[in-house]
Design a protein around this ligand. Structure first.
Ligand code: ATP
Ligand code: MG
Length: 418
């Protein structure tokens, strides 16, 4: 097995939720190692893992609206709020993190208040305190779903490893909104050029960094994913990952030409943020009249995509569902490998009810991976995907209507299933 690292253990020691989704009040002490949480449908399995991912990234993997996270009954109260808190252990060191969602304006919005060890901080300061890799059944859609899902896959890994990337991404998104608003309100001409210049430069600077870092990550992921894929598929064909940007970041535009990127993507080993920023700026200038006509910015990392290929064939079009599932699992395991290498710490591995969808070989492989991380938290509707030997080593819990309790004895699967 390749994933054996000797790194300082990081784990989530305590999780406390108040008015978070269907958890009105939860106080959970978690051990390192493997925790398996069993529950019927709609009891709170996904909500629990979502809360942990939220503490790591200050974002929900499921929704962009924080208001959805606040318990419905709490929303009826005069001053609704939700709170997530965690104790994060790393070696002997302990950090206390909490996020409170508070009403932001009169129309149902929420803002977050972040504290680290009791001190108010920005959400960005959370980056890297808790690293997670979350694997959900929906992740099979990574390969054939919409490009936004693949951009999110790259962003979540990069953001957790690199606060500079995270800041660039949020600045880029803000600048993009401003530029698009201007594009909608301006008429083409010298005045438009002058007003757009400021935002062009802001986009080029932050976008250059985003593209250079994404290319770096894709190269790193490809190496790790190809190895995991060989293990998982037992096949001979190599899994390839290729960057599909909206313009070629390694070459300045040819005058008056439209941007063309081959379906096979690009691959560079030596992109720097400055160089890509220069190319991006040239494209923004060249494409200005098209942007004005469209009323939006047509090129940039917000239009990026990532292609998965078996040999030369794009898996998105030609892969069977099973092949896509295997590639998605390889991509997720690669995320774990790269985050471990880049940070020196194994992320907390969160698996949301994915075991039952895998065949016996892939399940065994994933169980093996679970033993290589300092902490894994796995949800399941049934105990049967786990062998008695695995259950004997694991900490086992049951979730029912937002309440979690330890279930014993772990060995007797029949008793547990009742
Ligand atoms: P499944 O096995 O079907 O995936 P699950 O255990 O993962 O189920 P969750 O997605 O965690 O279920 O949802 C648990 C329950 O929480 C659902 O009934 C859902 O409707 C409810 N829920 C979601 N958001 C809120 C909220 N803001 N307030 C209260 N309950 C909520
Ligand atoms: Mg679920």
């Amino acid at each position: 097995m390749r994933m054996c690292y000797n790194v300082p253990a990081m784990w989530l020691q305590r999780l406390s939720l108040t008015n978070y989704r269907n958890y009105v009040r939860l106080e959970l002490h978690l051990p390192p190692g493997l925790s398996i949480i069993q529950g019927q449908n709609a009891q709170g399995k996904s909500n629990l893992l979502e809360a942990i991912a939220y503490l790591a990234t200050s974002r929900s993997p499921r929704t962009a609206s924080d208001a959805e996270l606040v318990n419905w009954l709490a929303l009826e109260e005069p001053f609704p709020y939700a709170r997530l808190a965690a104790d994060l252990a790393r070696g002997d060191h302990l950090d206390r993190v909490d996020i409170t969602l508070l009403p932001a304006n009169g129309n149902g919005g929420f803002r977050k208040q972040v504290r680290i060890n009791g001190v108010p901080r920005r959400a960005l300061d959370l980056v890297g305190l808790l690293l997670v890799v979350l694997f959900r059944p929906e992740d099979v859609d990574l390969i054939a779903g919409a490009p936004a899902g693949r951009r999110r896959y790259l962003d979540i890994a990069l953001c957790q490893m690199d606060p500079v990337y995270c800041r660039a991404l949020s600045e880029y998104n803000r600048a993009l909104e401003q530029r698009n608003a201007l594009l909608r309100s301006l008429q083409p001409g010298p005045e438009a050029a002058a007003q757009l210049r400021f935002w062009d430069e802001k986009l080029a600077e932050t976008g250059g960094l985003i593209i250079a870092r994404r290319q770096w990550l894709i190269n790193a992921l490809e190496k790790a994913a190809a190895l995991h894929h060989l293990d998982l598929s037992g096949g001979y064909e190599r899994l390839r990952l290729r960057y599909l940007p909206s313009f070629d970041p390694g070459r300045p535009p040819v005058r008056d030409a439209a941007p063309v990127v081959a379906e096979t993507g690009v691959r560079y080993d030596d992109l720097t943020p400055e160089r890509v920023g220069g190319v991006f700026l040239a494209w923004l200038h060249q494409n200005r009249s098209r942007d004005l006509a469209a009323g939006m910015t047509l090129l940039g990392p917000h239009r990026d995509d990532l292609g998965f290929y078996l040999g030369e064939r794009p898996l998105r079009h030609f892969g069977s569902r099973g092949q896509q599932r295997t590639a998605a699992l390889a991509a997720k395991l690669a995320e774990l490998t790269i985050m471990t290498e880049a940070t020196g710490t194994t992320p907390v591995l969160l698996l949301d009810d994915v075991m039952s969808e895998l065949d016996a070989d892939r399940r065994a492989m994933l169980l093996q991976v679970l033993t290589t991380v300092a902490q894994a938290i796995v949800t399941t509707t049934d105990w049967h995907p786990f062998s008695p030997a695995v259950l004997a080593q694991a900490h086992t819990w049951r979730v029912r209507s937002g309440q979690i309790e330890v279930v014993e004895p772990v060995g007797n699967v029949e008793t547990l299933e009742r």
